[in-house]
Write a protein that binds this ligand. Sequence first.
Ligand SMILES: Cc1cc2nc3c(=O)[nH]c(=O)nc-3n(C[C@H](O)[C@H](O)[C@H](O)COP(=O)(O)O)c2cc1C
Length: 171
Amino acid sequence: MADFSKVIAERNSVRKYSEKEVPCEVVKALVEAGLQAPTATNRQEIHITVVKRDNPVQKEIQQDLNPDATTSFFYDAPITLYLSGEEAFKWSPVDAGIAVENIHLAAQAMGLGSVILGCMEKILNGEKKAEYAKKLCFPDGYRYQIAIAFGYAEATKEPHKTDFDTHVSIL
Ligand SMILES: Cc1cc2nc3c(=O)[nH]c(=O)nc-3n(C[C@H](O)[C@H](O)[C@H](O)COP(=O)(O)O)c2cc1C
């Protein structure tokens, strides 16, 4: 397991994956990293749906997002996790954001790459919302929050530069 500050410093969004499948125990460890995230009032409401690359639901989302797209919105990653949260709980978007970052960092620490995916929001929470909620096994009263695709990176990029002076105020 890599040193934590190194994991944070080297993390980047991966958009090219090798064909290599991710072993079940690694998928499970990453899902567990999401479930271990803190949640408001310790509600632990975030639900995670594990979807493999060739599942038809991925093709349907891809089509609904843009039938003319020539590249995959999932970057052909072997696994995508869909995080859903309680529609009526105001902290679910924040809880899902924390959980997905836990998974993103855990993937980096375990030698995988990942990319957080918000792009399907308008599809999964749009007019086919109920249909997709069923297909993705969201619990009743839940809505899509965020997704993350992961696998073994075929290409990585330099971590983005930060600008402390612009983004930080010290009182
Ligand atoms: C909430 C959120 C939604 C995102 N949605 C997408 C997405 O749909 N597709 C994508 O390629 N990257 C997506 N990203 C990744 C960002 O584009 C990426 O974090 C940003 O460009 C900075 O690059 P880095 O992560 O390599 O530092 C998303 C990131 C976040 C935090």
